[in-house]
Design a protein around this ligand. Structure first.
Ligand code: URA
Length: 284
């Protein structure tokens, strides 16, 4: 097996799944069945390391080449799950993506009752960068707490608070206002652990009554209606740590896509992000 030489490399099953062709389990079965080649050679090891930018991966002889990158910003409403498919049939963010033909996956997760800014993309390097705790990409939330919070309690959030999966990093906390019974504050964190903001507030003995993600690394929702999405601008993609490729003279770097035949589709989109979201289990 090739060892990874740089962080471009990914295992073959992951590369196939990230192309939106199917889940990693399905990709493993195609690899095992001898349907996949890398640089013309049949590979039957799902953990084989490939460089998706430079290695030629093909499924049933159809080369996978890079599709145009998609970067979407969705204003997620309450009640929608950040998952591909819900066994209980509850609405998911994919129900709001009519008109998006390429498969995109959510960059991190927002809880069902959290509203606000959710990025979806087919650029896995970009997505990994935003969700990785190492990247320290700041995510800002507006919180309505169930009680009036004292400044000392907000200080505990600022300093870092003990959670069952370890202390949180220091956070930037801005007291917005107190109502008769509730405190509203803004918090910026650089991790994005599962239900992190809710758990931080619970550690103070309070609950989160409302949670809105208002920004990621300075990118804001802007004048977008709730439940709608827009494309991120090139400047926004770059500000979030992505790279923008200029279209070639012959047109966009649009790609051919292998047709695996039985790759599952729903509403015209191909599947794989559900696995990805489950795998990460992170709020983004
Ligand atoms: N933190 C949470 O607790 N929930 C979210 O949805 C996002 C961040």
């Amino acid at each position: 097996m090739h060892a990874p030489k740089d962080n471009q490399r990914r295992t073959l099953d992951r590369v196939l799944s990230k192309f939106g062709l199917g889940s990693r389990t399905e990709a493993r079965s195609w690899i095992g069945a001898g349907r996949v080649t890398v640089n013309g050679k049949k590979i039957q090891t799902p953990d084989f390391w490939v460089d998706p930018e430079n290695d030629r991966v093909a499924l049933d002889g159809h080369p996978l080449t890079a599709r145009q990158k998609q970067y979407l910003l969705l204003y997620k409403p309450k009640g929608y799950l950040t998952t591909y498919k819900d066994p209980e049939g509850r609405p998911t963010v994919y129900d709001l993506l009519g008109g998006v033909k390429d498969f995109v996956f959510p960059v991190g997760r927002l809880d069902q009752d959290t509203t606000g800014l959710l990025i979806l993309t087919n650029d896995s390097t970009f997505g990994d960068h935003i969700t990785s705790p190492q990247s320290k990409v700041p995510k800002t939330y507006l919180v309505k707490a169930s009680v009036l919070l004292q400044e000392e309690q907000l200080d505990r959030l600022r300093q870092g608070i003990a959670l069952d999966d370890g202390p949180t990093r220091p956070a930037v906390v801005k007291h917005i206002r107190d109502g008769a019974k509730y405190t509203f504050f803004e918090i910026t964190i650089t991790e994005g652990r599962n239900r992190q903001v809710r758990r931080m507030v619970e550690a103070l003995g309070a609950k989160v009554l409302k949670l809105v993600r208002t920004g990621i690394a300075g990118i804001e929702i802007g004048p977008l209606e709730i439940g709608k999405y827009r494309n991120l601008s090139e400047e926004e993609v770059v500000a979030l740590g992505g790279t923008v490729k200029k279209p070639s003279r012959s047109g966009r770097p649009q790609a051919s896509r292998a047709n695996p035949g039985e790759a599952p589709r729903r509403n015209g989109r191909l599947r794989s992000g559900a696995d990805e979201t489950r795998r990460r289990g992170r709020n983004g």
